[in-house]
Design a protein. Structure first.
Length: 356
């Protein structure tokens, strides 16, 4: 049905936490599925990035998962893999709220038509819309920093990490100062010798994450995107908390951090003339926002990022980015979905009839 151009009011790209929150609020605010809005998702099945996380990430080791609006996740078995629990919950959520998700549809580009509508070109036909909510996350853009030299052993990014089994008995170097590095260390150190390197001295938080520290961290990231600077993850400014994974890594003696090496060698890494041989390197070095398809809109500022006010692109009020920068967490994505829809409804002058 969607092989010709389909006209809607709003297109949401991505059906992760941020896209589903946006879809829920569009529906609540009286937009009808399909005719008025549609969610285009590149994956074959529900779950967003959660469907791709390592099978070894259990609900007990997830930092903190916030339910989507108006449907609670039943208390999960702490030992259950997050990559099964969360996609199951998202599938039930899409069904309960009758959200119009079309998949698999990969958006290739978004451009502006002379008539003022947006053209959303995909691998499964084209859509046009008056407004766009981009909720494409970061999972598909793992970031690998450049270091000179060539290592001939196994190297992988955290996005491809599938648990510790393949590293049994080896010496494994883990790069990165965030929560994913801690998760990898806590698992791999059970079966292998680990070496941890980070660019900066890791910042530790004593207590659990409070509302106040959360707000302060989000405000820092928000300030950067308002200026159009490249996005930093919220986690990068919150510090490492005393999580289950952190405690396990500590018990295993895996948290002795070394500074970043300066080059890769055939069999490992080197700091000056001091070389260390390793069997494998896991790069837990983060992700970047998946926004390449927005390039034709010319939103990138001279600072290298997209300037955002709240969720709205400063240079084009038809475009909202949710799950981006300050809203790249499950709670932030929920709020951003609502905020974006409030502004878009105002922009369109769309109906405000309640959904139930
Ligand atoms: P995603 O879940 O990544 O969804 C994006 C969707 O967009 C995907 O379905 C994808 O297929 C689709 N898509 C992408 N590009 C296109 C395209 N061109 N066309 C069509 N569809 C497209 N946050 C927490 O609050 N708690 C945690 O415990 C937590 N753990 C994390 C662990 C890791 C390893 C990482 C990397 C992040 C973690 N986060 C956590 C932050 C996380 O990014 C957010 O919480 C949230 O899950 C992201 O949701 P999202 O909707 O923005 O993106």
């Amino acid at each position: 049905v969607y092989d010709a151009t389909t006209d809607v009011d709003v297109v949401v790209i991505g059906a992760g936490q941020a896209g589903l929150s946006a879809a829920y609020h569009l529906r609540r605010r009286g937009l009808a599925p399909y005719a008025d809005f549609v969610v285009l998702d590149a994956d074959d099945a529900p779950g967003g990035a959660w469907a791709h996380r390592s099978p070894s990430l259990r609900m007990a080791t997830v930092h903190g998962f916030h339910d989507l609006p108006d449907f609670e996740l039943p208390p999960p078995d702490p030992a259950a893999p997050a990559r099964e629990v969360v996609p199951g919950y998202f599938a039930a959520y899409e069904a309960k709220h009758a959200l119009p998700v079309v998949r698999p549809v990969r958006v290739r580009s978004v451009s502006s038509r002379p008539d003022g509508r947006l053209l959303i070109a995909t691998d499964a036909g084209d859509w046009t819309a008056k407004a766009l909510i981009n909720a494409t996350g970061t999972w598909s853009r793992p970031f690998l920093p450049y270091y000179p030299g060539h290592f001939t052993g196994r190297q992988l990014h955290y996005a491809d990490y599938r648990g510790p089994a393949e590293f049994a008995g080896q010496r494994v170097l883990v790069v990165g100062g965030g929560a994913s590095a801690i998760q990898v260390l806590s698992e791999v150190a059970e079966v292998a010798e680990t070496v941890w390197v980070t660019r900066r001295e890791p910042v530790y938080r004593d207590g659990p994450f409070t509302e106040e520290s959360g707000r302060a961290a989000v405000a820092l990231v928000e300030q950067r995107v308002r200026q159009g600077l490249p996005v930093r993850s919220v986690v990068s400014v919150t510090g490492l908390g005393p999580s289950v994974a952190y405690r396990r890594a500590e018990q295993l003696g895996a948290l002795h951090r070394r500074p970043m090496f300066d080059r890769l060698t055939e069999h490992g890494v080197a700091w000056g003339d001091q070389e260390l041989a390793v069997d494998a390197i896991v790069w837990a070095t983060g992700f970047r926002p998946e926004v390449g398809h927005l390039a034709p809109l010319g939103l990138r500022s001279s600072g290298g990022g997209i300037r955002i006010d709240g969720t709205r692109a400063v240079d084009d009020p038809r475009i909202h980015l949710v799950g981006y920068g300050p809203s790249a967490s499950t709670i932030g994505a929920n709020r951003a979905g609502r905020a974006a829809v409030n502004e878009i409804v105002r922009l369109l002058g769309a109906p405000t009839g309640a959904y139930r």
